[in-house]
Ligand binder design. Structure first.
Ligand SMILES: *Cc1c(COP(=O)(O)O)cnc(C)c1O
Length: 372
């Protein structure tokens, strides 16, 4: 079976994990701190905090920004549910904005309209765009809008480590950038994540919240605020450090495969049977999702691909279609693009262990299925 994604852990990382397990230094420690320094360096950002998962990273960003009951945060319609869930968990409201059909990212025109026409009752506090599947599209526009309307910019860059817009790395544009190291992402530590910022005050707040609000020295422990435990372990950090070195070359490998898809599936697009994603320069290619034409039944296509030894799935969810986030703003508007991507999006395998012949096989399989 050609898998959708396949974590690749080098032997030297496995050896390093064994060493740490033997050392007994299991929870947050030197290995995590070294990983933080390397991540901050890689991203060109002041501060990085490694955390237990991507959802925890988003939660810390919202809590450190004092977002809670009475506030509202703008999120895209097409994303993983964690984006909207975490806003609602803080007591704030997730306000949904539809996405663009080519990049799958939040539509900046709809975003700005939503802000201009905002009538409350909640206070708009932040924009939380998702750089979907590793696309950096509109990042500088989100930053302009956040500055113009005095809103925080918290990037849900969970699936976009390694993506960039020119010199600007995804995750470093606004107040906070949040990453996930789940095995479905380009860099994995099993569970894991990170939060990055250039703002030292916000960094210190997030750091306190990550570990019970605790400050320790040799002789005593002080509790400075009410916090959580969202720490990563040293042995997970060892995996992350080993993979960070490989990341850029793995993204290059994924880019070659995505180009093969593009060439191989062009004919299907010209016939109106699929729509292919726009892959801008700087895309980190966490997932390759195409969109099937309306006449197809996606479940049947997924089953047929599986019979041919190819794993596939839907790409992400439409927040409005989940019917979990009801407030007046979400009820009174429609989200046609996000709804369609949720209904017809098809993610096909993309990972660095794939060979060119796998991509060729997948293109041929899709032709066979969709042209008959
Ligand atoms: C994966 C993902 C998350 C959640 O990350 P976890 O590490 O699984 O908690 C949140 N947002 C987006 C956009 C994601 O892709």
């Amino acid at each position: 079976m050609i898998k959708l994604s396949q974590p690749k852990i080098p032997e030297h990382a496995i050896n390093r994990v064994s060493e740490i397990l033997r050392s007994g230094q299991l929870v947050h420690g030197e290995e995590c701190e070294a990983f933080e320094v390397e991540l901050a360096e890689y991203l060109g950002v002041e501060h990085a905090l490694v955390v237990s998962n991507g959802t925890a990273a988003l939660h810390l960003a919202l809590l450190a920004s004092n977002i809670g009951p009475g506030d509202a945060v703008l999120v895209p319609d097409f994303t993983f549910a964690a984006t909207a869930n975490i806003v609602e968990i803080t007591g704030a409201k997730a306000i949904i904005v539809d996405v663009e059909a080519d990049s799958y990212n939040m539509d900046p025109v709809l975003l700005e309209t939503c802000i201009k026409e905002w009538q409350g009752p909640e206070k708009l506090k932040a924009i939380m765009p998702v750089l979907e599947f590793g696309s950096s599209k509109n990042l500088t526009e989100y930053l302009r809008i956040a500055n113009e309307y005095n809103l925080l910019l918290i990037e849900d860059a969970a699936c976009a480590l390694g993506a960039s817009d020119g010199d600007l790395k995804v995750g470093t544009a606004g107040d906070f950038g949040c990453f996930s190291f789940h095995p479905r992402k380009t860099l994995t530590t099993g569970e894991g994540g990170a939060i990055v910022t250039n703002n030292t005050v916000l960094y210190n707040k997030a750091k306190l919240l990550r570990s019970h609000g605790m400050v320790r020295d040799m002789y005593r422990t002080k509790f400075e605020c009410i916090g959580l435990n969202y720490r990563l372990t040293n042995f997970q950090a060892a995996i992350g450090r080993a993979l960070l070195v490989e990341l850029d070359s793995w993204i290059d490998k994924r880019r070659i495969l995505a180009e093969m898809y593009h060439t191989g599936l062009k004919e299907l697009e010209e016939k109106g049977l699929v729509k292919l994603p726009t892959i801008d320069e700087g895309h980190s290619l966490q997932t390759y999702m195409l969109v099937l034409a309306k006449q197809f039944d996606r479940t049947t296509v997924i089953k047929k691909l599986k019979d041919m030894g190819i794993e596939s799935s839907l790409g992400a969810q439409s927040m409005s279609a989940l019917n979990l986030y009801d407030n007046k703003q979400n009820k009174n508007r429609s989200f046609p693009i996000g709804n369609e991507l949720y209904a017809m999006g098809l993610a096909i395998p993309l990972h660095e262990s794939m060979e060119d012949k796998d991509a060729v096989k997948i293109c041929l399989a899709l032709k066979t299925i969709l042209e008959n």
